[in-house]
Write a new protein. Sequence first.
Length: 136
Amino acid sequence: MRYLGLDLGTKTLGLAISDRTGIIASFYDSFRYENEDELISKINSIVDKEKIDVLVLGLPKNMNGSLGFRAEETISFKRRLEEVVKKQVVLQDERLTTRVATDVLVDADMSRKKRKNVIDGVSAVVILQSYLDRKE
């Protein structure tokens, strides 16, 4: 099975992809988008190109576990995405993933400017790897 991890931001999307065995997550891409239709179309083409079986979408829960406005938007996006890509989209709790990703990049001695360009992709890796580890 092949998995695609998604870290959905308000203007950017971070992507991670699993190896063919579904064990290891790696950075795939990160990009800015203008609207949801453009975003879904791009994801759909990646799903086809990479032969993705399941998508793993980060769900931004509040620290107390409740769902806020951003989580509701993510759930709505999930429904639209499933309709278009015709693949299962799994929601994965993404609390603290940006913090973990930032710590990894700081430990790698990456400058603040460079971190800004890759943080969404690294967060997507954390989201996808968390899911892959949990499903084992």
